[in-house]
Design a protein around this ligand. Structure first.
Ligand code: APR
Length: 328
């Protein structure tokens, strides 16, 4: 999955590079800066002394010493002053500059903390949006695996206003199978088992019937490729928008009977911006159905009904509700 959101201590991440939320002196500090210097050992500070500091929005790269990665990329985020002093632009530059340095160093995987979202006071949800948007833009043109490492639960308070609408949608639709074991599951919205495919009414000419029959035999991979063509997308545009890496897409493209996981199948439905019915159809080809006994399914259904196909936004919500993410 090109962009992952994970809960971890960044000093434990086994990636090619981790990013440090430093200050302009690059001589260490508290928070993640302190944690990285403690875990790397004194040699890191020695190397930093020779860098001559770093400007806000810029980034510099060093070795990683005792850390389980190859490089540390030090970037200096903006201090939050209410958002009117170019903070967003500077924060976005931190992610972009760090990713460019990682690319130039040949890194295939990078882990970021939420830069500026601690001592520098950047509101967490806005800091997350800037991170996801900037990393997402970079990943549209580059092959890399990026981790956004969330260290404390508070970074994802579900109470945040933007998750409240999703929370009430879950409350309205979630059917807890454990509570309903004696009652037939009443699912609102659409049947838990996919409805049998209805033939098109005006199925007059045999050709149409044959086409309709072909559609039933159409595999997941065939339907996916057909939809990509119908949407006028390139393969790369589709799998990048689906937060799927090239390797997995090539597997799906070359094996007409490939059976993806549910998060992967749904990620393609989102990338293709399929309406709910067609999303269900694509999912069915992979052997799955959307169900109201799964919060994951309900959250994805919520975004499709809202017409919001931003996979990064959906993944932030899925992460906030402790669900697996869309992509592979
Ligand atoms: N792993 C991952 N994330 C962490 C860790 C860790 N070990 N420790 C803290 N964080 C998270 C915080 O929860 C916060 O969400 O990193 C994010 C950034 O917080 P800070 O480390 O305070 O960084 P920032 O807000 O950019 O302030 C930078 O703080 O530490 C000093 O020297 C640093 O002066 C600079 C300022």
């Amino acid at each position: 999955m090109p962009l992952n959101i994970v809960r971890n201590d960044i000093t434990k991440m086994k990636v090619d590079a981790i990013v440090n939320a430093a200050n302009p002196s690059l001589l260490g500090g508290g928070g993640v800066d302190g944690a990285i210097h403690r875990a790397a050992g004194p040699e890191l500070l020695e190397e930093c002394r020779g860098l001559g500091g770093c400007e806000t929005g810029s980034a510099k790269i060093t070795g990683a010493y005792r850390l389980p990665c190859k490089y540390v990329i030090h970037t200096v985020g903006p201090v939050w002053h209410g958002g009117l002093l170019g903070e967003r632009k500077l924060l976005s530059s931190c992610y972009r500059e760090s990713l460019n340095l990682a690319r130039d160093a040949g890194c295939e995987s990078v882990a970021f903390p939420l830069i500026s979202a601690g001592a520098y006071g950047y509101p967490r949800d806005r800091a997350l949006d800037v991170a996801v948007e900037t990393i997402g833009a970079f990943l549209r043109d580059h092959e890399m695996t990026v981790y956004l490492v969330v260290f404390d639960r508070a970074s994802f308070r579900i109470g945040e206003r933007r998750f409240q609408a999703i929370e009430s949608y879950i409350d309205d639709h979630y059917v807890d199978l454990r509570l309903d074991k004696n009652r037939r599951v009443q699912s609102v919205g659409f049947p838990p088992t996919p409805a049998p495919m209805a033939y098109p009414q005006e199925c007059a000419a045999p050709g149409d019937l044959r086409e309709a029959l072909d559609m039933i035999d159409e595999s997941f991979s065939e339907m996916l490729l057909r939809k990509i063509d119908e949407k006028g997308m390139t393969d790369a545009q589709c799998y990048k928008k689906a937060n799927i890496d090239r390797k997995l897409f090539s597997k799906i493209r070359s094996d007409r009977l490939y059976k993806p996981s549910k998060p992967t199948a749904l990620a393609f439905a989102i990338a293709l911006e399929l309406p709910l019915e067609e999303a269900r159809e694509l999912l069915e080809k992979a052997g799955f159905a959307l169900s109201h006994s799964s919060k994951f399914d309900i959250i994805v259904e919520y975004f499709i009904r809202q017409g919001n196909y931003n996979i990064y936004e959906i993944n932030e919500a899925l992460f906030a509700f402790d669900q697996s993410l869309l992509g592979n």
